[in-house]
Design a protein around this ligand. Sequence first.
Ligand code: ADP
Ligand code: MG
Length: 477
Amino acid sequence: MSSQMLDDNNPTQDNHDQESHISSHHDDEPSDTWGRLISLRPHYSVRPLTEDRIEFGRKASCTIHLKHAAVSGLHCTLINKGSAGVFLTDHSTNGTFVNNVNIGKGKSRQMHHGDEITIIKIQPERITYTLQLVDREKKPLNELEKRYHVGETLGTGAFAVVRHCVDTHTLKEYAVKVIDKKKYMQLSSSKRDTSLMDEVRALQECNHPNIIKLHDYVNTDRYLYLVLELVTGGDLFDRIVAQDGKGFPEEDAKYMFSQLLDAMKYLHQRNIVHRDLKPENILMARKDSLDLRVTDFGLSRVLGEGSFCKTLCGTPQYLAPEVLTENEGGSQPKTRSYDKAVDLWSAGIILYILLSGLAPFSPTHDDPGRLNRCIKAGRYSFPSPHWDRVSSHAKDVVRSLLQVDPTKRMTIEQAERHSWMMKQTKRKATDNGEWERNGSATKRRTGVANANGNGNGGAQQAAAAAAQVMPVGAASV
Ligand code: ADP
Ligand code: MG
């Protein structure tokens, strides 16, 4: 954790260090520098811009010479038109992207400070730059920009954008989550910014191998920036999609589930209830590993799960039945004795998906009310063939977690002591190269196939559910 947290609300803070750092950082630059290209991939470097026309391309004569087959001879040009602005023109075959949007061959667009220019989109060759405009620096830099170069977008959520960033002092890489406080407050059941900050302070205290670390934060009037540990393995949702609807081998599922339990136990001991546990909020440490990190926790506490999960997620697929029932009564969430049990329900859903590649409860177009009814009745099945190879012990854990009555639901301690968990978990499943991604992930968040029965349970329904089952990756919208 950084010793010097930046907080607009803290008038005692001394910014002198950052100011002097910023000027010294560019001391050796030519005096006619009008902008900079910060290359974040593949290598971190800063290129001052002095020429009024900058050519990017494969031709040796280009100002920015890129020796890659996917780059056009002349790929794009960046032109400084003085007071009229800075413009980027695309000449390429494969596209030039500004903030992930293709400009289009022969077209131009005006560029702004902080825009992200991408020449090659695909990994690992990805070539991307952040543009800094020097004039902009005459205006005060915000507290985040003083310490971090902010780069490409890694993901977007309902009220936040997550971007890659580099500490200008240490050159260490992080992810910065930019939370639009105005949007957040509109959706929040709490109107107090201070409760958001209380939450951030609680997160600062968390230090667990399976929880994304909060490294630093910057709080301005409009935005809250959370500087987080950077992970590179994508999220669990994409991992599930990449399994092609098959679910993980039981030992791998167990390994991931045990990490999830560890993280939950740690949070619950600190009275932090996640309330929004789902595969999108579980990040994978690396592409070649099953090590996971829980993220996006605690913030939902200030929102209240009703507004959070219904408004933001659109579907209550991972939401415990008692939360659905309570919200129907129109009451705001209160402190309840069974609070923590909502996370165990979500963990049950996640374990179900890990083992089978199916979701126990998912929305249907023809009957929107059915999802809520199934959840509240705990109506789901273990359809064949997806569950055929799953052990009865594993099913028992799922069943004990998906208990509608929160007081009867399995606790973390009970889960840890369950015979399925006691059997040696295959630690570090990937260290021997056993696990690998099997296909490319298809993005979108409704992609886990449905497995809930149609109302009265039994083998017929299970068979019907199995017939509806689609490979997870094919169900994207
Ligand atoms: P939201 O609260 O808007 O849902 P999340 O914290 O879940 O935001 O992040 C949204 C997405 O951004 C994630 O699904 C992931 O793709 C990406 N992301 C978030 N945090 C990190 C991180 N620490 N490292 C890498 N990518 C991240
Ligand atoms: Mg999220």
